[in-house]
Every structure is written in C-alpha cells, then in structure tokens.
Design a protein around this ligand. Structure first.
Ligand code: ZN
Length: 170
C-alpha cells in the first residue's frame, strides 16, 4: 500500500446502470456531480471478489427505473446498499475514498475502509485515520474512571460509581 499517492475516488449509487460504481471526471477533490463515469464492478483495477461484484450489481438492478414508490422498500434498499458499500470500502482499503449515495436522504457520505463508519467529511477521523479502534477500546468500561480522575478507586469500586451519581461522595 502506498500512502504517498493520492487515493482514488469512488461513488456507490444505484441509478439504473448495471454497476452502481462511479468514478469522477476530476480526480482532485471531486464533488458528487463529478461522478459521472460508470465503472464495471468487475473492473480488474478494483479486484472486487466475485460474490461482492454480484451483490453490488444485483442491488443496483433491484432499483425500479423510476425509483421506489414505497418508503419501507426504499429504506430497505438504502440499508442494503450501505452494507454492500461498507464491504466494498473494507475490501478496497485506504487507496480508495469511497462514498455512498443515500437515496432516502439524497446525500452522500464517506465510508471508512477501516471501521466502516459513515462520515460527512473526509477528515472526520483525523490523521492518521486508523488508531480509532484503540481509542474506542481505551475509553470504554473501566478505563474511563481512571481518565476522569478516580485514580484512587479500582474501576469496579462502588465508591467510584457513587461519585458519579450526583455528588454523594466527598
Ligand atoms: Zn474508521
């Protein structure tokens, strides 16, 4: 993986073509309207596994030409597309910036390749993007007490919990 080269951009959106993958006309800071170039899901440059290629194309083809008339069906379609895009982003890794078009909200978000979260902006993670998991683990459960200044208590000490529940401690 080469972190020095600019990542490529990809938009996942079902809009009547067999492949829901779109590349931008401009590679630098492309905006949603720039994604006009349909890319085959089985394009060798992407190296997408066959089952995911199939899953992406069948998802794209399941959208009725005029869009969904029923709200629940649209919601289901959006959720499925999001899950497939998360798999795609995880497969492509940091060399690709993947966005997902949410048809229900008519907006696109960045899909993180590492934790599969959706972000409004590319820099939402900070830099470098992927110690996130470690940060999350360190701030859950008992570790939090230590950080909040309860160094004198074991994380499971009832006194620590008492202190948190409204000033009943000292
Ligand atoms: Zn992430």
């Amino acid at each position: 993986m080469n972190y020095d080269s600019e990542p490529r951009h990809l938009l996942v959106r079902a809009r009547g073509e067999r492949s829901p993958l779109y590349g931008p006309e401009v590679e630098v800071h492309p905006d949603i309207p720039d994604f006009t170039r349909n890319i085959r899901a089985d394009d060798p440059a992407l190296g997408i596994p066959e089952d995911l290629v199939h899953s992406l194309t069948s998802w794209a083809m399941s959208r009725p030409p005029g869009g969904f008339a029923s709200r629940p069906e649209l919601r289901k379609h959006v959720k499925e597309g999001k899950e497939k895009t998360q798999l795609l982003a995880a497969h492509l890794g940091p060399a690709w910036v993947v966005r997902y078009w949410d048809e229900q909200h008519a907006s696109a978000k960045f899909v993180c390749w590492g934790c599969r979260r959706l972000h409004w902006t590319l820099g939402a993670h900070g830099d470098p993007p992927h110690p996130l998991h470690i940060v999350v683990q360190a701030s859950t459960g008992g570790t939090r007490f230590v950080r909040m200044g309860f160094e004198d208590f074991a994380p499971d000490d009832p006194a620590a919990a008492l202190g948190l529940s409204g000033g009943l401690g000292r």
